[in-house]
Design a protein around this ligand. Structure first.
Ligand SMILES: C[S@@+](CC[C@H](N)C(=O)[O-])C[C@H]1O[C@@H](n2cnc3c(N)ncnc32)[C@H](O)[C@@H]1O
Length: 276
């Protein structure tokens, strides 16, 4: 097997990744691309980067193309990540939304977790919202959770997490929303309880492709996703996504991201929170 991706081939791979999913693989990412490619070559038995590139671009093996995209996306996430967002939901956004919905007699709440990775974000949102809803059964509450990677979506759909992974969940929510189960190593795993799971629907969605739903969503979370995109792709994405927000709906981005310098119609609320 080769062990160096040539500069020419690196450019071809990065252009492909950029065109297909908006991710910006700049020169500094060459080692990362190479490591991920080595893994795919080992698993597929393909013996050169060049051949691998031809296979995924020829359309001959669309499954391997999805595996390739899976392997280059970064999926780090955890429960209740960026707690300021959950504090804002608890203290401001949810009490206001629920009061308005009750006043309008419209008990429908929709949230989109765009770039949901292995599910920690949408499940945290579900726990947070359900803890606020008076008479839960009366509400029509759903979360749409999407990601480009089929691998992370499988984990998300299973909804089983190690004890270590659920440490960030506040104790009362942990107690109420997970079921303990044993695993092969004798350590417990924790499964998302059915009342949480049924509020979340997972779908594969590449932001660069068409969106097969209409919205509108009361809240959209697109956190720690745009960081991998260049400004042009970020601006396109924000404007597309903003079109799916309900009037007054909130848009959340990661705290290391910001919409500064992008042209969009949303108003700034506080760091990493915008409003339609
Ligand atoms: C770092 S994770 C963020 C997870 C979660 N939102 C959070 O903040 O913890 C970024 C996710 O964006 C997804 N992603 C990257 N490019 C994408 C694209 N073009 N379309 C959809 N999802 C994409 C990746 O697969 C990955 O799971």
């Amino acid at each position: 097997m080769e062990n160096n991706v040539s500069d020419r081939l690196f450019k071809q791979f990065s252009l492909l990744v950029y065109e297909q999913c908006g991710i910006n693989l700049h020169e500094g990412k060459k080692a990362l691309l190479q490591a991920r490619l080595n893994k795919r070559l080992r698993l597929t038995g393909i013996d050169s980067y060049e051949k691998y590139f031809q296979i995924i671009t020829s359309g001959a093996n669309p499954g391997e193309f999805v595996n390739f995209l899976d392997s280059i996306s970064t999926n780090l996430t955890y429960f209740f990540r960026e707690s300021q967002h959950f504090d804002f939901l608890d203290q401001v956004a949810l009490p206001d939304l629920i009061a308005k919905k009750l006043k309008d007699r419209d008990l429908r709440i929709r949230i989109w977790s765009a770039g949901c990775s292995t599910g920690e974000e949408p499940y945290s949102l579900a726990m947070c919202v359900l803890a606020h809803l008076p008479e839960v059964a009366r509400w029509d509450f759903r979360i749409l959770a999407t990601d480009i990677s089929t691998r992370v979506l499988e984990t998300a759909t299973r909804g089983i997490y190690s004890e270590e992974k659920i440490q960030k969940v506040p104790p009362a929510l942990r107690q109420a929303n997970f079921q303990k189960m044993s695993n092969k190593n004798g350590k417990p795993d924790f499964q998302i309880a059915p009342h949480i799971k049924r509020t979340v629907t997972f779908h594969r969605l590449n932001f660069k492709e068409s969106y097969p739903f209409k919205g509108p969503f009361d809240f959209i979370f697109c956190r720690n996703v745009m960081i991998y995109f260049d400004k042009k792709t970020q601006e396109e994405l924000v404007n597309r996504i903003a079109g799916f927000l309900s009037p007054g709906g909130y848009f959340f981005v990661g705290h290391s991201e910001s919409l500064t310098g992008l042209v969009h119609k949303l108003s700034y609320v506080r760091p990493a929170i915008y409003r339609n």
